[in-house]
Design a protein around this ligand. Structure first.
Ligand code: ATP
Ligand code: MG
Length: 195
């Protein structure tokens, strides 16, 4: 039986917190692969700030995942277009991989928002939720009927928000983002004009 992890995010930009969590979950749960699913339009963030074009975020994710065994960028939500709903992604993955077990990975900060997701009942029916620890947010598991388990991951107090502010302020993001992804961010000229 194929076991697939799904770590969705805006990844604006991706950082080693995401990557370490993906690798740790893959190892802890013996998953075949973990997909870093890049949100096309992150509808819950969209009105609040300018979001980097999805293609640019995705090429940085692809550069970051290069060489990490079993962790890969996924274009699924970009290719589908429009607002990105995890429910659609779960249904699409189940269709593409009949019989696969799906593990949806979220940080502790996201658990409180689950109730606000579109068609959350469809997500709940299709996945086991994997809650990874994140500095600054207490670990809570959602109640049944969620199937949920916690996986402790390295405590890396890094956020994309902080990285965007760093680039805008001319401060380094080296080692917080893999070097190939730092190069891609520079090549695309991302974040420098903000702040
Ligand atoms: P932003 O500051 O823009 O919200 P972020 O760093 O939170 O960015 P997201 O793209 O929002 O990154 O996060 C995608 C997923 O990765 C979420 O489930 C989030 O909880 C998880 N995540 C992000 N950073 C970490 C981290 N340092 N450790 C563990 N999980 C993380
Ligand atoms: Mg976030």
């Amino acid at each position: 039986m194929t076991r697939i992890g799904v770590l969705g995010g805006t990844f604006d930009p991706i950082h080693v917190g995401h990557l370490a969590a993906a690798a740790e979950v893959r190892s802890a749960l013996a998953l075949d692969r973990v997909l870093l699913v890049v949100a096309n339009v992150p509808w819950q963030k969209a009105g609040t700030r300018a979001i980097t074009p999805a293609e640019d975020r995705c090429s940085v994710v692809a550069a970051a995942a290069e060489g990490i065994d079993g962790v890969e960028a996924s274009r699924l939500e970009i290719d589908r277009g429009g607002s990105s709903y995890t429910a659609d992604t779960v249904i699409e993955l189940a269709r593409r991989h009949p019989g696969a077990e799906l593990y949806l990975v979220v940080g502790t900060d996201v658990v409180a928002d689950l109730d606000t997701w579109e068609r959350v009942d469809e997500v709940r029916a299709g996945v086991t939720l994997v809650v990874v620890t994140r500095p600054g947010a207490a670990l809570t598991l959602p109640a049944p009927p969620w199937r949920a388990q916690a996986v402790p991951v390295p405590a890396l107090d890094i956020s994309s928000s902080d990285l965007r502010a760093r680039v805008a302020a001319g401060r380094p993001i080296d080692a917080l983002v893999p070097s190939a992804a730092v190069r891609e961010i520079r090549r695309l000229g991302l974040y420098a004009g903000e702040g």
